[in-house]
Design a protein around this ligand. Structure first.
Ligand code: GLU
Length: 421
């Protein structure tokens, strides 16, 4: 199997393109074949070096490595011109007002045998002679793709189904050049959860946005694989090795697949909890560009779904933070300050200052005061984190350590005193 990914570098790599790349890569790896990367950069205005770099960068982040390329389609122009000459000389194409057109017979039909959709029939009576080169001699899209797929000895063209109407034209060009075309598979469109075509409205629509939002490439691969493909009706988690082994075009669905970022978040959370703390810490440090204490990472791991969740959730374990005024106003009332003062006393004497003993201390205090647990825990939470959302309160207090916890509680008590005065 020789497959290719042939993006037009018009900006970021979108989810749909990433799925196309992944499916091709899985087919190549699963068959011991080759994955060819071809950059379709003939639109010189949009195909900037930055856009090409973005695509390459996104593929590298997804860890989809290619065996051949990246080839520039624009640089292959002499080959495309040669094919145009050949088609004119053989009579398959002719000149019309300076441009070159391919002759499409009035009779008959071109049948695309699609691995996913079955036979798709195109009646020639519905296809006009079409342009393959402009009057300045520059080759058109379908010509370039057909010639490149032949020259690169592609055996399976797997791409989005927005290309279906191009396929009969590419088949005609290949046959006119004397080649048998490869097999084709057109992947179903991607929709958002609302049933509309996938766009930015549905959240992170590009690979770059997914990376910045803190998803793990292995979770993204797993999730993308399931957009239109399934092994059975129940299995959701696949290692990349399992995907390579099990993926096949036969099990790709014809109907549109739904990209649901909430599902990806959930799946990513599962992957994230399986990382060992050291690895999670490395990835967080890379994303945030700073060093992080191991204990803070360990404490946050249970509650994170993406790497980007770490800082809002657990940044207070790394540095002090201003109070969220809404949280402060909601929590610091009706005896909360007294409870906080009592908690300070109790924590000052907790020995050793670890999660287990902090928990015992605070639960005992709750009993003594005859209040609800949250009447003691929430004021502490606001005092140490500035907000009402944090990882487990006992772990958080123990991770901060006695002196930092007491210092923050004291600061909160001072603030409460000033508020009252
Ligand atoms: N360059 C086309 C695109 O980005 C893909 C062409 C193909 O796969 O044949 O949509």
């Amino acid at each position: 199997m020789r497959v290719r990914f042939a993006p037009s570098p018009t900006g970021a790599l979108h989810i749909g393109g990433a799925r196309t790349a992944l499916y091709n890569w899985l087919l190549a790896r699963g068959s011991g074949g080759a994955f060819v990367l071809r950059i379709e950069d003939t639109d010189r205005e949009r195909s900037t070096p930055e856009n090409v770099a973005q695509i390459i960068d996104a593929l590298e982040w997804l860890e989809l490595d290619w065996d051949e390329g990246p080839f520039s389609q624009a640089e292959r122009r002499p080959r495309h011109e040669e094919a145009i000459r050949q088609l004119r000389e053989s009579g398959h194409a002719y000149e019309h007002e300076g441009a070159t057109r391919l002759r499409v017979p009035d009779e008959g039909r071109t049948v695309v045998r699609d691995a996913i959709r079955g036979e798709i029939v195109f009646e020639h009576s519905a296809i006009d002679d079409f342009t393959i080169a402009r009057s300045d001699g520059s080759p058109l899209y379908n010509l370039a793709v057909a010639v490149d797929d032949i020259d690169m000895r592609i055996t399976h063209v797997v791409r989005g189904d927005d290309h279906i109407s191009n396929t009969p034209r590419q088949l005609m060009i290949m046959r006119a050049l004397g080649h048998e075309p490869p097999a084709y598979a057109h992947l179903p469109l991607l929709h958002g959860p609302d049933g509309k075509k996938l766009s930015k409205r549905h959240g992170a629509a590009s690979v770059q946005a997914l990376r910045e939002a803190g998803y793990l490439p292995e979770a993204v691969r797993n999730y993308l694989a399931l957009l239109g493909w399934g092994y059975d009706d129940t299995t959701t988690f696949f290692t990349t090795e399992e995907l390579i082994e099990r993926f096949s075009l036969e099990r790709v669905s014809k109907s549109p697949a739904v990209f649901d970022e909430q599902k990806l978040r959930w799946m990513n959370g599962r992957y994230l909890r399986e990382l060992d703390v050291g690895e999670l810490r490395r990835r967080l440090e890379r994303l945030l560009g700073r060093e992080l204490p191991r204990e803070a990472v360990a404490v946050a791991q249970e509650k994170m779904q993406t790497l980007a969740d770490f800082w809002p959730l657990a940044g207070f374990l790394v540095e002090r933070r201003d109070y969220d005024e809404k949280a402060w106003g909601k929590v610091m009332r009706d005896g909360a300050v007294e409870n906080l003062a009592r908690a300070r006393e109790a924590l000052a004497g907790t020995e050793p200052f670890d999660t287990k003993h902090v928990e015992e201390t605070l639960r005992r205090l709750v009993d003594e005061l005859g209040v609800k647990p949250k009447d003691v825990f929430q004021p502490i939470r606001v005092a140490i984190s500035g907000t009402t959302v944090s990882p487990g309160i006992f772990e958080s207090v123990a991770t901060l350590g006695r002196s930092e916890t007491l210092a923050r509680v004291d600061a909160a008590l001072r603030r409460a005193g000033a508020d009252q005065a």
